[in-house]
Design a protein around this ligand. Sequence first.
Ligand code: IMP
Ligand code: MG
Length: 179
Amino acid sequence: MESVQVKDKSFDLFISEEVIIDKIEALARHINEDLANTQPLFVCVLNGAFMFASDLMKRVKIPCEISFIRLKSYQGTCSEGKVREINGLAESVEDRNVVIVEDIIDTGVTIKYLIEKLKRLNPASVKIATLFLKPDALKTDVTPNYVAMEIPNDFIVGYGLDYDGFGRNLRNIYKIKSC
Ligand code: IMP
Ligand code: MG
């Protein structure tokens, strides 16, 4: 089993890049059918979703725009429970069909904050596309529209996701070793 060390923690290979790309291709097909003629505005949640957004957007074939927002809610391997907005959205979302592009929904606090913030700006609709969902960790009533993969409640790194800022550059997903 391939393992990596990120700062003080060890992680085992969990999901290969090939599997991730297959899942993203399926998700993009779904979006291409569902959102044709809606000219969506994709809002990528930085930092974690940058790799996912890049691979997803290359496969979205409908007319669309993409923008970025930077949020932070995690410290180390635990969700902080509160969201700090770092960089806001420059584009107007009024009357737009917005699709939030998120790396992972854990407790759901971050995505819930973002949905509520966006809804106050009068978009036509707000949908969520997430690479990962941890159903067992969910504490809010959010239902993502597009989920590439559901995973157990373990801490993961790679493919944009970090542990204390490190590990985002790993091309596969790694799961924390149980102590
Ligand atoms: P939530 O607000 O608890 O849903 O957490 C969402 C954010 O925490 C995500 O956008 C990620 O950036 C981060 N996060 C949640 N779970 C993990 C994980 O297993 N590894 C790395 N980051 C995570
Ligand atoms: Mg994130």
